[in-house]
Design a protein around this ligand. Structure first.
Ligand SMILES: [Zn+2]
Length: 424
């Protein structure tokens, strides 16, 4: 995987911190260590253990479990509220307010980095990186790429596709660029890069939530089309990830050279073996399925979506375990949509129940960092890494519900700055 270089954000250089006490679960999968002592300087972790230095600001971490800042590898900060009919009944100002609230709540929940898989423009990432507004570090693909009538196309089935382009408030409404044929896709992938994308996302199978004339069982884009996107991504030193549910679509994408599969809710053993052979990662997204099944109306969707989604909720769990058994790197993503994205930590709870709390933590930290191409800087608490650290009151490794309880996210350090500290 290509390494994306990132620098700690915010104005000025952060001072030195000494995180005193607590239990360290460092994201490597090693057994937790008690009372380690973590020193940071200029935004990076400089030492673990040793004596408390005289000149660092001391942060009392007693009673906390310290983990790497969590990473959500599949978010949509700007689908707020999510409405596949795109009726234009929400103003841009309201959408922006929801978006910034989502950002603030995300970092307050211990997530210091996210990968936005469609719907924002680079402006949001820049605003957060500048320190103007609180939020997670954001890697983003800008617009997603879909074929005409594909999973990225929303609005009404009777709306002529050429009018889709008029849903054009880049980053807030026009979340997909439609392409048909390698040349058109190449142009649109380049357009995404021109707008500041740091990776590429294609929809290569139908989506659960999109125009009703497409189905999750459809394959979308040809191998030749996908290969062109891969070629363009490689030219920019980055990678292609794909939205995909069914096996035919996933195999086509793996054959064409993509590096990651989102959702992957129907992966069978043959597909899992192919992904493993090509080192293609999987980012399962369990939270969104649970939420949509439980209350489609709250997410702005028609009740009919519940039936469609309940099928995917179970197969997604089976697919995850099948991929894991084949040796696929399995990341973690919530795919939350809409204005209320406070429950991002719930994804770790789902994963802890399915596998183990430690596995969930590793997926949300070290493995996700590798998938995002930022593993040299993020994902573990080790000397040299950027100082992104979350502190949970209690022990989420024995009580995973703690990951989803924002009242127990007592400490968030981002780029060596304390951005949340709730004294006990
Ligand atoms: Zn998504």
């Amino acid at each position: 995987m290509t390494q994306t270089h990132i620098v700690p954000g915010g104005p000025g250089e952060p001072g030195s911190l000494w995180l005193d006490g607590g239990t360290l679960a460092d994201g490597t999968g090693r057994d937790p260590v008690r009372n380690p002592g973590i020193l940071t300087a200029a935004g990076r972790i400089t030492r673990i253990g040793g004596a408390r230095p005289a000149d660092a600001e001391v942060v009392d971490c007693s009673g906390l479990t310290l983990t790497p800042g969590l990473i959500d590898a599949h978010v949509h900060m700007a689908c707020a509220p999510f409405d596949p009919s795109l009726r234009y009944d929400v103003s841009v100002a309201e959408m922006a307010a929801d978006m910034f609230l989502n950002c603030e709540q995300t970092v307050a929940g211990g997530f210091t980095t996210v990968r936005d898989t469609g719907g924002i423009d680079r402006g949001l990432a820049d605003v957060i990186a500048s320190g103007k507004m609180p939020g997670p570090r954001i890697l983003q693909c800008g617009p997603v790429h879909s074929q005409t009538g594909g999973g990225g196309q929303m609005g009404a089935e009777w709306e002529p596709s050429h009018l889709w382009d008029q849903h054009a408030i880049p980053g807030l409404v026009a979340w997909a660029l439609l392409s048909d044929g390698p040349d058109e896709l190449r142009k649109n992938v380049r357009e995404g890069f021109r707008r500041g994308a740091t990776f590429v996302k294609l929809l290569v199978t139908g989506a659960v939530v999109a125009i009703s004339t497409q189905q999750p069982s459809d394959t979308q884009f040809t191998v030749a089309e996908i290969a062109v996107a891969v070629e363009e991504a490689n030219a920019k030193g980055t990678y292609v990830t794909v939205h995909a549910h069914n096996n035919r679509g996933i195999r086509a994408a793996v054959t064409a050279g993509v590096r990651c599969v989102e959702h992957g809710s129907q992966i069978d053993e043959e597909t899992a073996a192919l992904m493993s052979e090509h080192d293609v990662a999987l980012v399962p997204t369990l939270s969104i399925m649970e939420r949509l099944v439980a209350d489609p109306a709250a997410m702005g969707l028609a009740p009919s979506y519940a039936t469609r989604l309940s099928r995917f909720a179970q197969t997604a769990r089976d697919a995850l375990l099948t991929a894991r058994a084949a040796g696929v790197r399995v990341g973690l993503g919530s795919d939350l949509l809409g204005p209320d994205q406070r429950d991002r930590g719930r994804e770790l709870v789902h994963r802890a129940k399915l596998e183990s709390p430690m596995r969930a933590l590793e997926s949300a930290t070290r493995i996700n960092a590798g998938i995002l191409g930022v593993g040299d800087d993020l994902g573990t608490i080790e000397a040299g890494k950027i100082a992104d650290i979350a502190g949970f009151a209690g022990d989420p490794l024995s009580e995973p519900e703690v990951f989803a309880d924002r009242d127990r996210v007592a400490l968030v350090v981002q780029g060596g700055r304390v951005v949340r500290h709730v004294a006990s």
